[in-house]
Structures are given as structure tokens and as C-alpha cells.
Design a protein around this ligand. Structure first.
Ligand SMILES: Cc1ncc(COP(=O)(O)O)c(C=O)c1O
Length: 446
């Protein structure tokens, strides 16, 4: 076997068939039957199955109220309204996330303040968060990014000190633990995307959790008009009947039926993924140039279903080999290696110049009083700006198959072993790495 990198004409490291290693979701007969039952009953727009799904998920998570949505973006919007976010408020959001953690803030007449991320957790940095608090700050969106649990002890401390609401965006971290406790159980509310690519998929869908009856009922008032009979608070009752947000947020029951089955299967699937991914990380733990990213075992924190798993890249340990060329070489070996992650949001024109609704000034400051200046909101965030050049996405194994996983690990090791050969034609640079979506990625040109 030719040990030369496959990119330079050698044999590939990954030779075994992948089979269904990356197939997701795993659609079983039970899913099909559950979906067919709803279809045959003509109950696609009902509430019965959705309520069962909500009850079951709320029990699993240990939260009092659950409200299902047609997608995670809507769950975030509903949660923000539920938490009382409105005109003139600031909501602090990490810049490193999918846009749906931030963009719905505009719909409420509020504005986004971006905070930087911690380079170790790649989640919102509690110290940077605290620096960005102003008298306008109402809430913080904490994203457990790429399966990494955010530092909830520190974040809850900052929120309590300043009287802020916390919304956990758990869309990347279904089942993940922070110090032994499930993410999604810390904040005043939590929202999860359940779309097809997520660790706990239902097709398209989202879900909001809270223990606070008022948050729950406000979210119902805002976008679930068919459930206004659940409203008990006297302050909200007069407005029941029409969705005050003008939104219709109901989940499709084909999704909730799929979700009910998925909830049962997920713990076993998650355990297998966790074993497979930890095995892969163990094999590469001491490899120069790369650092598996996972919480410290002793902390009791875990990555749940390991959605969108990433490692760190330390190019200087590989003679300065560019991340682009490194990733191309690993892919040539037959493994998965995508440089970067989500592009930081704070430099996008949506958050700098764009006047979305015709206010005559950028939407970023449109809901604030006249003294607010866009310049004060457009700030540098060094960690978020640099992160795409030093992380890469690794294979997301859905099964614990040691021989195949060992081959994928060998693909990485081989490229590291031969990095000097790859330096020769390394004309690549990390100029435009990452994207605004991890799911609908542009096809790789290599
Ligand atoms: C961090 C994060 N938040 C929110 C969402 C929005 O969820 P959905 O796509 O279901 O609307 C996503 C989805 O990709 C996400 O990754």
C-alpha cells in the first residue's frame, strides 16, 4: 500500500464501505407507521399527537411546559416574545451561531448585541457578555454551539446579577449535559430546532420549553391561536382569539408523530454516537496539529448527539500548512473534513447597514430611541472573527464501528504524518471559510 497522501497520488486511507454510517435520520418501520396513522386519519393539522409529543419531551427534559413549533426559528421568536422582549430592548447573542438565534429579535422591534465566544467552548463568553450589558439589555440567547455545552454556571451568575432572562438555544445539543444536568433546563426558556439534520429530528419542527406559565401563555398568545383556550392569566385573556404576533406557529402532526417515535429511540442512538465519537477523538487525541473538541470527561458534561462536531486546527504544528489544504488532503483520503464552521453574524449587512422595514435607518437601531447610533453596535469580536481559520468539521458517526472509525482516524493521521509533502503546493489561504448554514452547504469543489 502506498503511504503517500492520496492527494499526491497515494492510496486512500478509508477503504471500507461507509454503508449507513452517516445516514440520518434513521427512519424505522415505527416512524413510518406512526406517520401513516396520522396521514390516514387526516389529522395533519390537529393537536392531539403534538400534545402527546410535547408531554413526552417535557417529561424527558424535566420541564413543566412544552410548546411545539413548525420550526426552531419560530420557537426562538415565540420564546423571545414569551420572555417579554419588545421595542427598544437589547438581546445579547453570540456572533458564532446560525442566524436564527439572532434574526428573530428584529421581528419584535428589539435589537441584537453580539458577544464574542470563548475559544475553548466556542460558546458565548461570560466575561464578554457582561461587558456588553447596558440598561437596555433584556435577555441573552445562550447557544450550546456545535454540541458544546456553554459555561452555564458563569452565565447564570451574570444573568442573576443583572436581572436578565436567559433563552437557551439547544438546537445543536439535544441530550447534552452540563455538569450532569441536561442543557435546556437552565434558562428561563429553551428552544430546540428539530429539523432533519439535527440530533433529534422530526422532519421540520421546533420546540420551546419553560417552567414559567407566563412565558408559555405569552408564546401561545403570540402564535398559537388554536390553543388560546389554554390561557389562564387574566392579563392575557382579553386578547385571546387572534394570534397577537400575526404568526401561525403550529407543528405539523406528521412531524410530531415522527418525533414521538424518535424520542423513544434517541437515548440508544445518542449513546452509540457518543461511544463512536469519543472513540474517534481518543484515536486522535495526541496527534499534532489537531485537537478534538469535547468537554472534559471529569466535568460530567457531554455533547449529547454530537451535532456538527468540530476539532481545532493548530497549523503551526504542521509547518504552517493551511487548513484548506489540510482539509482537502483528508477528504482525498476518503474521510470528512470541512474547514471552518458558521460565519460570524456581526459583520453581515443585516446587522450593520440594512434598513429591512423602511424606518429610514438601519434596522439594528430602528427600535431604539433617536440617540442610538449604529456605530456603537458594530463592534469587533476577535475570537468569532478568527475561529473559522482554526476549526474544522469532522465525520459525524452514527454507529460505533471500530474498524471504519479507525480508518477515518488514519486518514487524519496520515495527512499529519506527511504534512511536509503537502506544504510544497500549498497556495491556499483561509480567506472565505465557513458559511451561514451548516446543512445546506455548497458542494465541495474538490
Ligand atoms: C443554533 C440554531 N438555532 C436555531 C436554528 C433554527 O432552527 P430551524 O432550522 O428548525 O428553524 C438552527 C437551525 O439550523 C440552529 O442551528
Amino acid at each position: 500500500m502506498d503511504d503517500k497522501p492520496a492527494l499526491l497520488g497515494g492510496d486512500k486511507a478509508v477503504t471500507l464501505p461507509q454503508e449507513d454510517m452517516f445516514t440520518w435520520p434513521i427512519v424505522t418501520r415505527e416512524h413510518e407507521e406512526a406517520v401513516l396513522r396520522v396521514l390516514r386519519a387526516g389529522a395533519m393539522s390537529g393537536l392531539e399527537v403534538t400534545r402527546q409529543f410535547e408531554r413526552r419531551y417535557a417529561e424527558t427534559l424535566g420541564r413543566r411546559h412544552a410548546l411545539a413549533y413548525h420550526n426552531g426559528t419560530a420557537a426562538i421568536l415565540g420564546a423571545l416574545y414569551g420572555l417579554g422582549v419588545g421595542v427598544g430592548d437589547e438581546v445579547i447573542v453570540p456572533s458564532l451561531t446560525y442566524w436564527a438565534s439572532a434574526a428573530p429579535v428584529y421581528n419584535l422591534g428589539a435589537t441584537v448585541v453580539f458577544a464574542d465566544v470563548d475559544p475553548d467552548t466556542i460558546c458565548i463568553d461570560p466575561q464578554d457578555l457582561e461587558r456588553r450589558i447596558t440598561p437596555r439589555t433584556k435577555a441573552v440567547v445562550v447557544v450550546h454551539y456545535a454540541g458544546m455545552p456553554a459555561d452555564m454556571d458563569a452565565l447564570m451568575g451574570v444573568a442573576a446579577k443583572h436581572g436578565l432572562k436567559i433563552l437557551e438555544d439547544c438546537s445543536h445539543a439535544h441530550g447534552a449535559l452540563y455538569k450532569g444536568r441536561q442543557v435546556g433546563t437552565f434558562g428561563d426558556a429553551a428552544a430546540f430546532s428539530l429539523m432533519t439534520g439535527k440530533s433529534l429530528p422530526v422532519g421540520e419542527g421546533g420546540i420551546l420549553f419553560t417552567d414559567d406559565r407566563e412565558v408559555y401563555e405569552r408564546a401561545i398568545l403570540f402564535g398559537h391561536y388554536a390553543r388560546h383556550d389554554e390561557i389562564t392569566l387574566e392579563s392575557l385573556k382579553p386578547f385571546a382569539g387572534l394570534p397577537c404576533g400575526g404568526y401561525k406557529h403550529r407543528m405539523h402532526q406528521l412531524s410530531s408523530a415522527f418525533g414521538l417515535v424518535q424520542l423513544e429511540l434517541y437515548p440508544r442512538q445518542m449513546a452509540e454516537i457518543d461511544r463512536a465519537m469519543n472513540h474517534f477523538c481518543d484515536l486522535l487525541e495526541k496527534t499534532p496539529g489537531i485537537r478534538p473538541m469535547r468537554p472534559d470527561k471529569a466535568s460530567g458534561s457531554t455533547k449529547g448527539g454530537w451535532y456538527y462536531p468540530h476539532f481545532k486546527y493548530v497549523g503551526r504544528e504542521l509547518g504552517g500548512l493551511s487548513l484548506q489544504r489540510f482539509a482537502r488532503a483528508v477528504r482525498a483520503e476518503g474521510s470528512v473534513c470541512n474547514p471552518g464552521c458558521n460565519k460570524p453574524l456581526h459583520r453581515h449587512p443585516l446587522f450593520t447597514t440594512m434598513d429591512v422595514y423602511g424606518h429610514g435607518r438601519p434596522t439594528r437601531v430602528a427600535g431604539l430611541d433617536e440617540t442610538a447610533r449604529i456605530e456603537a453596535y458594530v463592534q469587533a469580536l476577535p475570537v468569532s472573527e478568527g475561529i473559522n481559520a482554526c476549526v474544522f468539521e469532522v465525520p459525524w458517526f452514527k454507529h460505533d464501528r471500530p474498524r471504519l472509525i479507525a480508518e477515518h482516524a488514519e486518514a487524519y493521521k496520515k495527512v499529519v504524518r506527511h504534512h511536509a509533502l503537502l506544504l510544497d503546493e500549498d497556495a491556499e489561504a483561509e480567506t472565505d471559510v465557513g458559511g451561514y448554514s451548516s446543512f445546506f452547504r455548497a458542494p465541495d469543489p474538490s
